[in-house]
Design a protein around this ligand. Structure first.
Ligand SMILES: Nc1ncnc2c1ncn2[C@@H]1O[C@H](COP(=O)(O)OP(=O)(O)OP(=O)(O)O)[C@@H](O)[C@H]1O
Length: 666
């Protein structure tokens, strides 16, 4: 066995060096050290597993699968992108684990008191997966809650078939052909379930479906004499704001009495606000002992909900309430551990409906489920999942739509073919090297006559600035216009570090804008600096993901101006929040943003910059998420040929036992 696995001292010396290199988080090392203190006899091999299990959480996995790790040990660490030199003589996990067998590693874990079977043991081993207790408990709790919800159907709203026919009056025709209307089917299932998952790509009608569902449920409930308490939520402020925006108009156009429309919520809250965050605590005001006062809860962008949040949400929602989760199963999952929507919807494409479900659906909706891609199944979960399949945003001739489909299918050559086919909504920029000034030109001007770059919002900032003595509504109107103009274009990067990462791009773009005379400075606080909030700040009313822009605004009657950062309130009111830069502790410049951070947002023009080396984060889910942030134009910027293709061929594999926990009980 490797020398570093001979003694605990040698192991911790190596973990310290891994942590210095950024391969491991300091948190992971200190957790292993803490466990070493709890069990003085724990072997180095066991303690290495604890450090890696902790590290896996940072990479989104709820557990460490020892078997998978032994197959590809280096994937268990955050190794630098290809091409960067490791410190001389520093062992890689593949070297350390070279002669270790799975049985040996499992035995080392089983021998430790840290895995004692009693409830309080800080670690749990199930099969070949090692969990930190807290995450094991979350997974079990989520599975138990979902199981209960799947068993308990909700009461069928009266005259369901008739109400569905009124809300979905036209049979769905795609290219002249009658197709199953999955929106109507989703609405029927969700009306009678206490747990429904509706997955679909961009523009497949998720929002429209739930607006009609809420209308149906509320109308039926009012007819029976008791209105329902309905609520809509999303994981981030940005996603909540976007849904609020699209829902208002949809409710207004429903074919229903105004009295019913008024009882359908049109504002969307964040999950943190809904549950009631408590300062400096992982707990929420609402939990099993103080449940949410709700009968129906819809959560949008559910792919961003991590395991811990899902456990908290299910804990706080009374069993009688219907829970409907909306999202796109193919998008990147949350940054935190757990990919609940993706795990649960893994087989959504094939339906898996039982004969009984199919007969019930056909009776209520009149829709025939005879699509060749569907298979019959008995699994309880599958009876509560619907995949929407027809995008109304991207027609069959849309380049963005075709590209997203090809990437999602992992078909790199088809994706390249779509990129080369000359679609108006797709642009490509191949860079000749690190210093290629074409990048700066693109960031400023986008694509002439078509898509915007960053010059546009600064033109609005400079060109539309009100007169010094203008009244404050005019200043607010200007600030809103600047924020709106900034929202039209966004550069997305796959990574944070390195030449093609967010940090370097932010510097490069600010410098280019300053050289072009559009910004007064390129560092510190300057007018026009766009910033992204990176941590919830309840005292300021800012949420992780909110974007603001620094603007000089009048401060007193004499017209003295002070630099403030203006944020939209994101609550559907259209109002703004003005905050002094000195009060903002967790913000970063956002000319570039990671694809992860962009989830829940959309931009008219979105550019995705591929780095010049393969990296564990580069997967088809990342590329798909980047592409689908674009509403009208998508640009792919390539710093090296072939990386795009390699990314499309790789997929995220999140380790979790949620499906197994659910299926085990069936
Ligand atoms: N059944 C329908 N009939 C007519 N138009 C529809 C229908 N369903 C959706 N649409 C239209 O298609 C567009 C996209 O729908 P919607 O916003 O509901 O999709 P989504 O899946 O929520 O989109 P996103 O990916 O932006 O979240 C909207 O303009 C909507 O009005």
């Amino acid at each position: 066995m490797s020398a570093v696995l001979q003694t605990r001292e040698a192991l911790f010396e190596m973990l310290a060096r891994w942590s210095e290199q950024g391969w491991l988080r300091e948190l992971d090392r200190s957790l292993a050290q803490f466990f070493a203190g709890l069990d003085e006899t724990a072997s180095p091999l066991m303690l290495l597993a604890t450090a890696l299990a902790s590290h896996q959480l940072g990479q989104g996995h709820v557990c460490l699968d020892l078997a998978v790790t032994l197959n590809d040990p280096d994937f268990a660490l955050s190794l630098p992108p290809e091409g960067e030199e490791a410190e001389q003589g520093l062992a890689l996990p593949s070297q350390v684990l070279q002669t270790v067998s799975l049985e040996q590693w499992l035995d080392a874990c089983r021998a430790s008191a840290l895995l004692a079977p009693e409830l309080a043991a800080p670690l749990v081993l199930r099969g070949t997966c090692l969990y930190l207790r807290r995450y094991w408990d979350y997974e079990q709790s989520v599975a138990a809650h979902i199981r209960k919800r799947l068993q308990a159907t909700a009461q069928e709203p009266e005259r369901l078939a008739e109400r569905l026919a009124r809300l979905f009056p036209e049979p769905l025709q795609v290219a002249g052909e009658r197709q199953a209307d999955w929106q109507k089917l989703a609405c029927a299932l969700a009306a009678c379930g206490r747990f429904t998952l509706i997955t679909g790509g961009p523009g497949t009608g998720k929002t429209t479906t739930v607006v009609r569902l809420l209308a149906l449920l509320q109308e039926a409930a009012v007819a029976e004499g008791a209105a329902l308490r309905l609520s809509l939520a999303a994981p981030t402020g940005k996603a909540a704001a976007r849904l609020t925006e699209s829902i208002g108009g949809q409710v207004a156009s429903l074919p229903l009495d105004d009295a019913i429309k008024q009882q359908i919520p049109t504002t969307v809250t964040t999950l943190h606000r809904l549950l009631g965050s408590l300062p400096d605590s992982r707990h929420f005001r609402h939990d099993a002992s103080n449940p949410l006062p709700l009968d129906v809860l819809v959560v949008d962008e559910a792919s961003m909900i991590d395991l811990e949040m899902m456990a908290n949400l299910l804990d706080a929602l009374p069993l009688h309430a219907r829970l409907i989760l909306l999202g796109d199963k193919d998008q990147l999952a949350s940054v935190e551990a757990g990919a609940v929507l993706g795990d649960l919807c893994r087989d959504a494409e094939q339906g898996g409906y039982s004969a009984q479900t199919q007969a019930w659906l056909q009776a209520r909706t009149g829709e025939q489920l005879n699509d060749a891609s569907l298979v019959e199944g008995q699994q309880a979960l599958a009876q509560h999942i619907v995949m929407l399949r027809h995008s109304r945003r991207f027609g069959s001739d849309s380049g963005i739509g075709q590209l997203a489909l090809a990437v999602n299918a992992g078909d790199a050559s088809r994706a390249r073919g779509v990129l080369e086919a000359g679609h108006d909504d797709l642009q490509r920029l191949k860079l000749a090297g690190e210093q290629d000034a074409a990048l700066e030109r693109f960031m400023l001007d986008g694509v002439a006559g078509l898509a915007q770059g960053y010059r546009h919002y600064l033109d609005v900032l400079h060109g539309q600035r009100p007169a010094t003595d203008a009244p404050s509504p005019q200043w607010d109107g200007w600030a809103r216009a600047v924020l709106g103009a900034f929202d039209r274009f966004q550069l997305l990067c796959a990574v944070r570090k390195g030449n093609w990462g967010v940090e370097e791009m932010n510097l490069r773009i600010a410098r280019a804008l300053q050289r072009a005379g559009l910004l007064a400075a390129d560092h510190g606080w300057y007018e026009g600096r766009p910033v992204l909030v990176t941590r919830n700040d309840y005292s300021l009313g800012l949420m992780n993901g909110d974007i603001g822009i620094a603007l000089n605004l009048p401060d007193d009657e004499q017209g003295r101006q002070v630099l403030r950062v203006v944020f939209p309130r994101n609550d559907g009111s259209g109002e703004l929040r003005h905050i002094l830069p000195s009060r903002l502790s967790s913000v970063e410049t956002v000319f570039a943003m990671t694809v992860h951070k962009s989830q829940g947002s959309e931009f008219e023009h979105c550019a995705l910059l591929m780095p010049d080396a393969l990296n564990p984060v580069l997967t088809k889910e990342l590329v798909y998420t980047g592409i689908t942030r674009a509403r009208r134009w998508f640009s792919l910027i390539e710093s090296r040929a072939g990386i795009f293709e390699q990314a499309v061929l790789r997929r995220v594999e999140r380790r979790s036992g949620l499906r197994e926990a659910l299926e085990a009980a069936e």
